[in-house]
Design a protein around this ligand. Sequence first.
Ligand code: AMP
Length: 228
Amino acid sequence: MKFSDLGLSPELLRAVADKGYDTPTPIQQQAIPAVLGGRDVLAGAQTGTGKTAGFVLPLLQRTVAADGRTPRVLVLTPTRELAAQVAESARVYGRYTNLRTTVIFGGVSEKPQIGALRAGCDILIATPGRLLDLVDQGALDLSRIKHFVLDEADRMLDMGFIPDIERIFNLTPPKRQTLFFSATMPPEITRLTTQFLKDPTRIEVARPATTAATISQYMARKIGRAHV
Ligand code: AMP
């Protein structure tokens, strides 16, 4: 299977080709068509599987630049490093679209983040604490969110973010597409999935040893050679 078999637009395929990727990873093969089809997704997948492109690419495709630019896509991550990484992916994969991505996280000044939100964005990547601070200050409106992604849900749980996440969910419109990515499914995450996901497509992919090993093993299998 190739990226061009997944129903992605020419602008996105061009950005993927720039990265040098030809073959979608297993999670991308399953998640991209499901997200393009508007389904909720519950994916057991960790970092190193290619999960980021698995949700970023189809969500870029499903989002149209709009006047006013109140965010329509919200991705929540447990750490600022992951938020920055997901935002970088959204910018790289979205480089041939006119969609705007903004990232907000704690530990740095709020001012530039408030400025970026005022200027308008389509895709918002955030950590929960700073997101709620900005909502409480009236700097951020979540009423137009159409697609909500919870990335590394089990780490959110470990870090005590579940009450924040429930509050954030309830600030978004009930008619939204929701995607959950979690390496493990502890009972508290299962409870959230039953509360917030509607008839999700379930995706399970193998746990990778390390990022580099996973991608190279996967590529080796695809091109029919022994492990390189
Ligand atoms: P992630 O699991 O999203 O953190 O991605 C892990 C790494 O795999 C990142 O460095 C990506 O740039 C890379 N990657 C993602 N998709 C592919 C692909 N289809 N082929 C090769 N590498 C990829």
